[in-house]
Design a protein around this ligand. Structure first.
Ligand code: ADP
Ligand code: MG
Length: 361
């Protein structure tokens, strides 16, 4: 539904070049909620603004619902109308709501419809329908200043839906809200995604947001996507940084000559007594160092960090037993992990490339 290929964005800032996007290939499937997470300055806002061409990419292409927006934008001023039309099928929600304070809630929602030249009666009908959808049917005549933060964001969402978009973009829509309001807004986005089949691309710096609503996620660093996939795929990827943050387990080995193992339980595996079977079958004492159950992307998942006596070589058979039970098993051994971690290797390559580039200048 949304595809970017080789997207780069270089800003000229006081005679200096700032590379905000450095070759981003993003693929968001129709009907999913896709989260892009990263620290401040990673390039998230630049990415989302390039997706609806609020910002013109330096190179690369953006395709939304089969339309190459970059090609439309590239055809000069006469392409303006086509680009505007394509853009009206993309809703955008902002962190600070961006409502007009001099207009009522209803008039704020009608604004994009006015721009599209829709008649007054049709606008009011649509606004009433949208207000109902976001749970604000009684606030049509209120002004933004009379609303709470959560209500303002509901208006922002209703306005974003005015053009019947297929895609909703959200840049930190819940970052200015308290935790409980955040939950209710995320729930609303989830409901809209399900009920309207809306594809949602959201940008956040909060892992809890990804955990609550996303089907897929990408981790952004220094203008690049360093990890991406469905949440289920990520959780099943050994050494995934996103998975580790989505679902952290901790606990240190109690001493040398012990093997620490993270076991992840998906679905019905969570209810089988595998750990006691393991202890009985191999007659070993197992210590539980840490454990948690959680719901990620609407699915129940458990993670447990356990310790087995003896080194890894002594535990190949019990570890094999756990894998045979259909569990995901990651050996927590810092040296082994570093060697097996593809992200770390990629990061190292990128860093090296950057050093070479800097050296050449
Ligand atoms: N209009 C701009 N002009 C110059 N530099 C910018 C502009 N917008 C963003 N940047 C720079 O691009 C980088 C990425 O910014 P941004 O996309 O806002 O990241 P994020 O949303 O992840 O915090 C930062 O280094 C930021 O300072
Ligand atoms: Mg930002």
């Amino acid at each position: 539904m949304i595809t970017t290929s080789g997207l780069t964005k270089v800003y000229q800032s006081r005679g200096r070049e700032v590379t905000a996007l450095d070759g981003v290939d993003l693929h968001v499937r129709e009907g999913e909620v896709y989260g892009v997470i990263g620290q401040s300055g990673a390039g998230k806002s630049s990415l989302i603004r390039c997706v609806n061409l609020l910002e013109r990419p330096t190179t690369g292409t953006v395709t939304v619902d089969g339309v190459d927006l970059t090609a439309l934008a590239g055809r000069g001023r006469r392409a303006g109308k086509e680009l505007r039309e394509a853009r009206s099928r993309i809703g955008m929600v902002f962190q600070h709501f961006n409502l007009l304070s001099s207009r009522t809630v209803q008039d704020n929602i009608e604004l994009p419809l006015e721009i599209l030249g829709i008649s007054g009666r049709e606008r009011s009908r649509k606004a009433a329908e949208l207000l109902d959808l976001v749970g604000l049917a009684d606030k049509a005549k209120a002004y933004p200043a009379q609303l709470s933060g959560g209500q303002k964001q509901r208006v922002g969402i209703a306005r974003a839906l005015a053009g019947d978009p297929k895609v909703l973009l959200s840049d930190e829509a819940t970052s200015a809200l308290d935790p409980e309001t955040t939950r209710s807004i995320l729930q609303l986005l989830r409901d809209l995604n399900r009920e309207l089949g809306l594809t949602v691309l959201l940008i956040t710096h909060e892992m809890d947001v990804v955990k609550a609503v996303c089907d897929s996620a990408a981790l952004m660093k220094n203008g690049r996507i360093v990890e991406s996939g469905t949440v289920a795929e990520l959780l099943a990827t050994p050494g995934s940084e996103l998975a580790g943050e989505l679902f952290p387990v901790s606990g240190a080995a109690t001493g040398p000559d012990h093997t620490v193992v993270d076991v992840t339980f998906h679905g019905d595996a969570a209810t089988r007594p595998v750990i006691s079977q393991l202890a009985r079958t191999y007659n070993i004492d197992i210590s539980i160092l840490g454990a948690a159950m959680d719901t990620v992307a609407g699915r129940q998942i458990g993670r447990m960090r356990i310790e087995l006596p003896g080194r890894y070589e002594d535990n190949v058979v019990p570890v094999g037993f756990l894998r045979e039970q259909g569990l995901q098993v990651d050996i927590v051994d810092e040296d082994a992990e570093a060697a097996a971690d593809p992200v770390t290797a990629e990061d190292a390559d990128a860093e090296l490339a950057q050093l070479v580039k800097d050296g050449a200048q």
